[in-house]
Design a protein around this ligand. Structure first.
Ligand code: 4F9
Length: 252
C-alpha cells in the first residue's frame, strides 16, 4: 500500500513512522509511506501557507491553493478511486471497521490541517472522505493521521507476525477481548486462570469468548447493543446480570 501524507510538519512523523510495526511494514515493502511538505507547493516568495479568515474571527486559515496543488501532485499517477482523507473533528468517527475497509485500498492520501482550519474549497474540490478520531479538537491533523495509519496497516497481510492476528483484536467482532497472562503462574497472590494452563482447546475457546463478553458487559455495555451474539451468549449475559444482582444483595 502507498500512503501519501500532506502536512506542514513532516518532521512530526519521523519518530512514530520509523519505529516498531510501522517500520517493519516499510522494511518488508508492504508500506510505501511518502511525506510531502505543503510549504513546497506554495508559489509566493515568502512560502505563505496560511492567511487571515474572511469575515474575521481570529486565527489563521490554511490557504486552498498549496493544498490543492499538493493533492493534485500526488494524484498524478494514482488510480481514480484513491481516497483523499481530511482529518477533522467534523468527520465520520474512525473505528475498527473503517480501518479494515481502508486496508483494502492500494493508495491513500491524508491531508493534515493546521491552524484554525483549512479553506473550505479544499474540501469541496479534492477531499473524498472526512475522518475524526473522536469528539475533541487537536492542534492539527498529524496525530490523527498517525493513529489511522497505525490502525490500518495492522490489517495488511504480513504486517503482524501471526497471520490473522488482527481478527481476534478487541472490536474485531464488536466485543472486547478477554484478559491475557504470561509467566509467572502466581504474581502477588494472583493466579493465572487454570484453563489457560490445561491445554484443552475447546474449553479455552469457550472461556475466551465468555471472558470477552464479561469484559464488554462490564466496561462497554453500549457495544452489546450492536454485537452479533448467539442465543447462548445472550443467556450468558443474563447470568452476569444475575450474578451482579446477587452480589449487590450480599453487600447490603
Ligand atoms: C482531527 C481532531 C480528527 C479529531 C484536526 C484539529 C482533529 C483535528 N479528529 N483537530 N484539527
Amino acid at each position: 500500500m502507498r500512503i501519501d501524507v500532506l502536512t506542514l510538519f513532516p518532521a512530526m512523523f519521523q519518530g512514530p513512522m520509523t519505529e516498531s510495526m510501522l517500520w517493519k511494514a516499510r522494511d518488508r515493502g508492504l508500506l510505501d509511506l511518502r511525506l510531502h511538505d505543503i510549504r513546497d507547493f506554495t508559489t509566493d516568495k515568502h512560502n505563505t501557507a496560511d492567511d487571515i479568515p474572511y469575515g474575521g474571527g481570529g486565527g489563521m486559515i490554511m490557504k486552498a491553493e498549496p493544498v490543492v496543488s499538493a493533492v493534485e501532485h500526488v494524484l498524478q499517477d494514482a488510480p481514480p478511486d484513491t481516497s483523499v482523507i481530511l482529518l477533522t473533528p467534523q468527520g465520520r468517527v474512525f473505528n475498527h471497521q473503517i480501518a479494515k475497509e481502508l486496508a483494502n485500498h492500494e493508495r491513500l492520501v491524508f491531508v493534515c490541517g493546521r491552524y484554525e482550519g483549512i479553506d473550505d474549497r479544499v474540501r469541496q474540490l479534492v477531499i473524498t472522505d472526512e475522518l475524526s478520531i473522536g469528539d475533541y479538537v487537536l492542534t492539527g491533523g498529524e496525530l490523527p493521521t498517525m493513529v489511522i495509519i497505525d490502525a490500518v496497516i495492522r490489517h495488511i497481510p504480513g504486517v503482524l507476525g501471526a497471520e490473522g492476528a488482527a481478527d481476534s483484536d478487541s472490536h474485531a467482532d464488536g466485543i472486547l477481548e478477554g484478559p491475557h497472562y504470561t509467566r509467572p503462574p502466581v504474581f502477588r497472590g494472583l493466579s493465572v486462570p487454570a484453563v489457560l494452563q490445561e491445554g484443552n482447546h475447546a474449553k479455552l475457546t469457550t472461556w475466551r469468548r465468555e471472558q470477552g463478553l464479561r469484559r464488554t458487559w462490564q466496561q462497554r455495555p453500549d457495544l452489546l447493543l450492536k454485537a452479533d451474539l448467539t442465543e447462548a451468549e445472550r443467556y450468558l449475559l443474563a447470568t452476569f446480570a444475575d450474578e451482579d444482582a446477587q452480589s449487590n444483595r450480599n453487600e447490603s
